[in-house]
Ligand binder design. Structure first.
Ligand SMILES: [Zn+2]
Length: 127
């Protein structure tokens, strides 16, 4: 379909599309042959790739800090905190393995922390 021309609705004269008034009868042609809205639609790019949540990086950092700290201070509290961070991490796509590893280490370090704390306490304070 030729799009550069339109026809006057009154007298039927073929005129260029951007002409506002019909050269023959003077009819106002504005509003006729408006640009098709479909051709002006801009495709909005929607991100379908799951972006790595900044929360995941935060959980890894907090989880490992808690895990390491659990070896030295209040192992039950920090071990649980580290394991919890690991558990939360498993809910993030792409971080499942990291979360599981963190949970295992947090629990392990927590237990080691308890045993070490008990051993140190026994050594310092005697039985
Ligand atoms: Zn006309």
């Amino acid at each position: 379909m030729e799009d550069r021309f339109k026809f006057c609705p009154k007298c039927g004269t073929q005129v260029a599309k951007d002409v506002v008034f019909c050269p023959k009868c003077g009819t106002n042609l504005a509003g006729e042959g408006l640009p098709d809205p479909a051709t002006n639609q801009q495709a909005v790019p929607t991100s379908t790739t799951p972006e790595k949540s900044p929360n995941a990086a935060l959980l890894i950092t907090l989880g490992w800090i808690s895990t390491v700290v659990s070896l030295l201070f209040v192992p039950i509290l920090f071990g649980v905190a580290g394991a919890f961070c690991g558990y939360r991490l498993t809910r993030f796509p792409g971080n499942r393995t990291a979360g599981i590893v963190l949970m295992i280490f947090a629990i392990l370090f927590g237990i080691i922390g308890v045993v070490m704390g008990a051993a140190v306490g026994a050594t310092i304070y005697g039985s």
